[in-house]
Design a protein around this ligand. Structure first.
Ligand SMILES: *Cc1c(COP(=O)(O)O)cnc(C)c1O
Length: 390
């Protein structure tokens, strides 16, 4: 049997990228202005709906950073941030010399817990400082419980910056992730649901936000014939060549979402009979996940002692890449002194959780190999189940 390396989440090109890149060269728009940028921004705005203003940037991290600047986060301010996430959600808080305050997840969506959020806000206010912003993440494509989070945010009038880097195409109550908060960041990194090799976007509903972000992302040049600056700027704009890749990727976005969701369905179908595996699952039809990555939790008490790490190593031996879930930010050495409000929800997800290969480029043969390998690993030591043939 074919034993090719199976990767977690690879870039998946549409085949039309070169056409749009060529167009940039043919028209000599080899810069941070041009038709590919305009067309990719328009395609994203049309996809997201809900009056979205889209500004393309060189990364999702840049979008998070500009988002915090637009929300006036500055030196010494506190920002409430989901702990269970990738470091790029939290690092920009430090770029602003502000202070992250980390919040635990709720057990069903795995995203920010509204109870712990409110507890944190009350406590920070009592300690003398009202937090300046909330960073809510839609992890692995699963929308956060936005009604509950926004109810808390609105009660204390704190704006929400959505980290929608993993959730392009996911929806909450029919609205796209990335259009639910005050501002949102998207990412087109190589492993995301669509890619430009590297890139991102800031999404907002206010033209004033996207205009200010455009100004800041292109070195904050004042209107003058010479170079004049009255604010500190950044070099964060996407290039028109890179935007050509994005234009081509937008043509296949619906297929990419469908394929990731199909992978997730395949895993559910074929692993449902195995004791001790629980899936990251939408809690109700209000939550539509793109299932960017299929994530499972292993309960060693039900697998005869086999842990997530045992399974990961067994898959690695079979040339299959899988990954532990994100290590919570409050457990990261670099953030160890930051306050944390919560219990152990995200910690136990980190201890027992695993992301399975999930790229839209995977074949049914690849998925079958993964499922068979998991079956072998978990059933070898689990004598209670023997009749579960694939
Ligand atoms: C990928 C990612 C980002 C950052 O995006 P880049 O484009 O890589 O800078 C931010 N947050 C989350 C949750 C991500 O997965």
């Amino acid at each position: 049997m074919n034993n090719n390396h199976i990767w977690l989440s690879l870039a998946h090109l549409s085949g039309r990228e070169q056409e749009f890149i060529q167009e940039a060269f043919d028209t000599n728009w080899v810069t941070t202005v041009g038709h590919n940028l305009d067309a990719f921004e328009q395609a994203l705005a049309d996809f997201l709906k809900n009056d979205s203003q889209v500004l393309l940037l060189n990364s999702g991290t840049s979008a998070m950073h500009l988002g915090l600047i637009l929300l006036n986060v500055g030196v010494g301010d506190e920002v409430l941030c989901q702990s269970f996430t990738y470091a790029a959600s939290a690092n920009p808080i430090f770029y602003q010399m502000a202070k992250p305050v980390f919040i635990d997840s709720e057990p069903d969506t795995w995203n920010m817990s509204p109870e712990h959020l409110e507890r944190a806000i009350k406590d920070r206010i009592k300690k003398g400082k009202k937090p300046k912003a909330i960073i809510a993440v839609h992890l692995y494509g699963m929308p956060a419980g936005m009604d509950e989070l926004l109810a808390v945010a609105n009660r204390y009038e704190i704006p929400v910056l959505e980290d929608a880097a993993e959730s392009l195409g996911s929806m909450y109550k029919g609205f796209c992730c990335g259009t639910l908060g005050e501002l949102a960041a998207l990412s087109f990194n190589g492993n995301k649901i669509i890619t430009t090799s590297g890139g991102g976007a800031l999404v907002s509903k206010k033209k004033a936000y996207s205009e200010k972000a455009r100004f800041l992302s292109t070195q904050a040049r004042d209107t003058a014939p010479h170079y004049q600056h009255s604010k500190i700027g950044y070099n964060y704009r996407m290039s028109n060549i890179i935007a050509g890749i994005g234009r081509a990727q937008m043509l296949v976005l619906p297929q990419r979402i469908a394929q990731r969701r199909k992978n997730n369905q395949f895993y559910r179908q074929h692993l449902s009979g195995i004791e001790g595996i629980r899936f990251h699952t939408a809690p109700s039809p209000d939550f539509f996940s793109n299932y960017w990555l299929t994530a499972i939790v292993i309960d060693p008490e039900k697998t005869g002692g086999i842990t997530r790490e045992d399974l990961r190593l067994a898959l690695e031996k079979a040339n299959i890449e899988s990954r532990p879930l994100w290590k919570p930010m409050h457990l990261q050495p670099v953030f160890k002194d930051c306050p944390y409000y919560g219990e152990k929800v995200c910690e136990s997800l980190f201890n027992d959780g695993l992301c399975l290969p999930s790229g839209s480029i995977l074949t049914e043969n690849d998925l079958t190999r993964v499922v068979e390998e998991i079956g072998v690993s978990l059933k070898n030591s689990c004598n209670t189940k023997s009749s579960n043939k694939l």
